[in-house]
Write a protein that binds this ligand. Sequence first.
Ligand code: SAM
Length: 239
Amino acid sequence: MKVEIISIFPRMFDETFHSGMIGQAIKKNLMVIKALDLRDFTNDKHRTVDDRPFGGGQGMVLKAGPLFRAVEFCREEEQTSPHIVLLSPQGCRFDQAKAKELSLKARLILICGRYEGIDQRVADHLTDEEISIGDYVLSGGELAAAVVVDAVSRLIPGVVGRSESVLEESFMDGLLDYPHYTRPAEFRGWRAPDVLLSGDHEQIREWRRRQALLQTRCRRPDLLTSATTNSEEKEDESG
Ligand code: SAM
């Protein structure tokens, strides 16, 4: 997958994408991530990316021109058609289902707003969708873009070492994850559940499923109805 991020602070991504799992994915050529500086697409000597809002009011607005030119530059560079996302608190709420959907795209362009936001014509005529990472306002789209890229990249085959570990994570089955333990078996008087030390894989599988249901019922009961329905449907399909 190729991801291009358009931002006035492209250096914010230097460390984020060069260490850990995403850094490895880039080294293995599973992902290409480029951060473009919006100021490179301005055409005045001050490299102006923003202006005062029509109608008055607080703050500055990112101009449409540099954003359109940045996206057009990306489009001309390569034939694969990009899916263009604007990070915005007004967008659809990002979740694991959206991460799965985006992980199937060959190419993403993520546009990061700043200041009061961006000229509405960018949202109306340049982007395919707007995504919000939650009901709060960040000072820019960069952290939101990093969240989206991280969650999406985990779902690209080969990025996470063992693909089964991704399938067992929270939300993948509509449930929260089960609890995890590692050595020592007893720590400060707290013992790891015996079943996990038993070596009985069938019992371990059942215990984990039950724990995932319990965690979800306690912490996120809203997820439970759809998870139960989904697994019943899967059982029906497999006969
Ligand atoms: N005036 C805008 C509003 O009230 O909707 C907020 C602008 S915010 C200060 C600047 C930029 O940060 C936005 O254009 C967007 O790119 C990004 N941003 C802020 N909160 C976000 C969120 N929850 N999800 C995704 N992007 C966000």
